[in-house]
Design a protein around this ligand. Structure first.
Ligand code: N2P
Length: 392
């Protein structure tokens, strides 16, 4: 690797480590996750073209159906080691450090964009992805902004970072005054202060919270001007005293149980909370909104690290996920729309027609594409995030 690139890589690793450390979540996940799996194989299994029947997958938590993995194992005889994370920052640290041992990972497109530039991924061998034609051309086009020619990533699920809330508790706290269509609900201290008692939570992701704050302020979320970052920091600091915690998955259960009342969160996760509450019959009613000012649009991408120990098995797994019935089942259980156009035909009407899952064009028009951040900007952003989190 040329020197400059190596120095840059080292810089990025430091950056990613800082980001992960800036998040309590990073630490929590690291301590409960198993060590990165390795492709340990019995002697004699290294014939060309015959990879050991092992696949190491690292995915977001709550992002496959109950039988997605076991069916793949049964069909192929490939044993899957399956680990989870719940922030891009935690994944990025592993990818940039290298030798993660993973064969399949799922970064959001705006993270994949920067990681691909660092040589982190294997270009996809599309001749092995015979189900690739099932993908939605519009999603492929949109995501090519981050991944030119769709070289490294297969679109998996997509979503917006929006707001989930408990209908009755928010009404009780704010009366009819609640701005239920706006980021003001969480970013205006007038409202946030009244939600502190019933529980206000934010995802633990600097770009997503600051960018949402910028969208509320009418600032371009892709801006890298330091004064625009400062404006977002100032806004988030004002509501910081009312935020119960920063975490990117705990709110699913907490919203469902009525432990918290308003969360900045991801579409499907909020809808899972909504459905869990309904199934539990606990009287909790959850709604999800994409605020009228706009929201960050995210496509999570299946990708193969350049140093994956089992690239053929990884392609086989991607091709399996590309089957419409397989990914439709994931959407059914996890309430996320997929990037697979053919999967729509396999969805039950209650999923297909749920406007919170597959939003109508007027809501899609609110989505803002997210570009990769520069190294320098992320460094400033992480520092700002630490100040916000620690309340200094
Ligand atoms: C499911 C994954 C959230 C996706 N928990 C955020 N990009």
């Amino acid at each position: 690797m040329p020197m400059i690139q190596r120095a840059r890589r080292r810089d990025l690793v430091t950056l990613a480590l800082t980001a992960a450390m800036a998040t309590a979540l990073g630490l929590a996940m690291a301590s409960c996750g198993s060590p990165a799996p390795r492709g340990t194989e019995p002697a004699g299994s290294d014939k060309p073209g015959a990879e050991p029947r092992v696949l190491n997958v690292y995915n977001w938590s709550d992002y496959v159906a109950p039988e997605t993995i076991s069916r793949f194992e049964k069909e192929t005889g490939i044993k899957v080691n399956y680990d989870v994370y719940d922030t891009n920052e935690v994944l990025e640290t592993k990818l940039l450090t290298g030798h993660s041992g993973y064969d399949v990972v799922v970064p959001s497109a705006f993270f994949l964009e920067r990681q691909a530039r660092e040589g982190v991924f294997l270009p996809l061998d599309k001749t092995k992805l015979t189900n690739y034609h099932n993908l939605d051309k519009d999603v492929l086009r949109r995501v090519s902004l981050n991944d030119p020619d769709n070289r490294y990533g297969v679109p998996y699920m997509w979503q917006a970072t929006g707001i989930g809330y408990n209908i009755d508790k928010v009404r009780a706290a704010l009366g009819d005054d609640a701005p239920l269509d706006s980021w003001a609900l969480v970013f205006d201290p007038k409202y946030a202060s009244k939600l502190a008692a019933c529980g206000l939570t934010f995802v633990d992701s600097p770009p997503e919270v600051f960018d949402s704050a910028q969208i509320y302020l009418g600032i371009d979320p892709n801006s890298e001007r330091i004064e625009d970052l400062a404006a977002a920091e100032e806004l988030v600091k004002k509501v910081r005293p009312y935020v119960r915690y920063f975490h990117s998955s705990q709110y699913i259960n907490d919203l469902a149980n009525g432990e918290v009342c308003v969360s900045i969160g991801y579409t499907g996760d909020v809808l899972m909370a909504r459905d869990r509450a309904q199934e539990a019959g606990n009287g909790v009613k959850i709604a999800y909104i994409v605020p009228k000012e706009g929201a960050i649009f995210e496509v999570d991408m299946l990708a193969i690290p350049a140093d994956a120990p089992h690239p053929d098995n990884a392609h086989a797994f991607l091709n399996y996920i590309l089957r419409p019935e397989v990914v439709a089942e994931i959407s059914t259980f996890k309430k996320y729309p997929s990037g697979n156009a053919a999967a729509i035909a396999f969805l039950k009407p209650e999923i297909r027609d749920d406007k919170a899952i597959y939003p109508p064009p007027e809501i899609v028009a609110r989505f803002k594409d997210h570009r990769a951040e520069s190294l320098t900007y992320t460094r400033y952003e992480n520092r700002a995030w630490t100040r916000v989190r620690t309340g200094r």
